[in-house]
Ligand binder design. Structure first.
Ligand code: SF4
Ligand code: SF4
Length: 391
């Protein structure tokens, strides 16, 4: 059933089939999300809107790493149709690595966002300023956030639907981490090295930012070792709603990821912020198009059974001590490494050195955040798995 009006109580995530990025089709799907979300009725000439796409790094749209410019354009147009002044619409992100105007200009240009903003009169944010917002989170009492997030009175989260080697999947909730400026993100990885605690921090962040709407780009999603080294997957969907956890639950359902294994969703469930899974009742729109995809490739870091279950009986006694040695970890593929140093710059554990044009990782310093895997521009960092778990 197509939803034309505000979200019904029992259906909170709208899924609209959208087979490709032809602008007209994307416009229709995104307009359906705006019509579905009652918060969109608040938009008007007084609004200052932040659009937060996933612009992880300098990648062209066809790599499926970043939110597609056609989705960003459709959102800008939907805001303008509701009376928002183009000059009051800001598109902003803070990808991994150093946050600088020059770096952002290159990212906006490569991802196609600059052209969209120039055409429609919106601002692609370059100032790279940040401020602090106090919060009463469980893990964090204040977040340093990009200035547009502090100034906007309406935030639209525009994630890309992708797998993620650290968190299993990434969509609406994890995308908000890009509001934390530049290298400050590395400090959070260092402060919260355990995935479940990092996930709890992301819930604090989501509760602090509270996006008014989510429009997720799942037209071409990413499968495999996302968020940067996976492969494009033709999912053909735009998803939207007002609750970031629920959008992510629906994505888990489609990908075949158990939500309890996504640390921030497990943390949100523990706080009773979302249900334990997405049943069909949570979905409106093209329910069939949002059916689980059995062939979807998950990240190689996701072990579907634990070592304790799979190890030969005779050696199970070593399990607790062996955990840290058998967990998936990053490994440099030296033949591919071009020695750019981006991985070393982002590494929160200071575990990477680049010598003679090649990176190497000091295992004892690595906290397995996989930021290096995310940032490597040439996919030279692999997810290495203990032999027993390789498929
Ligand atoms: S080496 Fe990679 S995975 Fe390990 S701490 Fe550094 S960035 Fe994180
Ligand atoms: S591993 Fe990748 S990011 Fe690191 S130095 Fe080599 S090419 Fe650059």
């Amino acid at each position: 059933m197509m939803a034309d009006g505000p979200a019904a109580q029992s259906a909170k995530v709208l899924c609209r089939a959208c087979p490709d990025y032809e602008q007209k089709k994307v416009d229709e799907a995104v307009e359906a999300v705006f019509a579905f979300c009652s918060n969109a009725q608040r938009l008007g000439p007084h609004s200052h809107v932040l659009l937060k796409p996933n612009l992880l790094a300098k990648h062209p749209p066809e790599r499926a790493v970043t939110t597609h410019p056609a989705v960003v354009a459709a959102c800008i147009r939907a805001c303008i149709r509701r009376g928002v002044l183009p000059q009051h619409i800001t598109v902003a992100d803070s990808p991994g690595g150093r946050w600088s105007p020059g770096g952002m200009r290159a990212v906006y240009t490569c991802t196609g966002i600059q052209e969209v903003c120039d055409t429609l009169g919106a601002e692609a944010y370059l100032d790279c300023q940040a401020g602090v917002r106090q919060t009463d989170g469980r893990r964090v009492r204040s977040f340093e956030l990009m200035q547009p997030a502090l100034q906007a009175d309406f935030i639209i989260d525009l994630p890309k639907v992708k797998t993620h080697v650290m968190t299993g999947m990434t969509c609406a909730v994890k995308n908000l981490f890009g509001m934390v400026p530049g290298l400050s993100k590395a400090e959070f990885h260092m402060r919260f090295p355990k995935p479940e605690v990092f996930g709890d921090m992301l819930v604090d962040l989501c509760e602090t930012v509270r996006p008014d709407m989510i429009v997720a780009d799942g037209v071409t999603a990413m499968e495999g070792d996302g968020p940067a080294s996976g492969m494009p997957y033709a999912l053909g969907l735009i998803l939207g709603g007002q609750n970031a956890y629920e959008v992510d639950l629906v994505v888990c359902r489609i990908m075949g990821v158990l939500p309890q294994r996504v640390p921030y969703l497990a943390a949100a469930m523990a706080r009773k912020l979302c249900p334990a899974c997405a049943t069909e009742d949570l979905i409106d729109g093209d329910v069939q198009a949002a059916a689980p995809r059995a062939e979807f490739h998950l990240p190689s870091s996701m072990m579907d059974i634990t070592f304790a279950q799979k190890a030969p009986r005779a050696i199970r006694w070593v399990v607790p001590g062996a955990e840290k040695w058998i967990a998936p970890r990053p490994k440099v593929h030296r033949a591919l490494c071009v020695g750019c140093g981006k991985c070393a710059e982002i590494c929160p554990g200071d575990a990477i050195r680049v010598r003679n044009g090649k990176a190497s990782i000091f295992r004892n310093r690595c906290i397995r955040c996989f930021c290096c895997h995310e940032m490597c521009p040439v996919r030279a960092i692999e997810v290495h798995r203990f032999a027993l778990f390789r498929r």
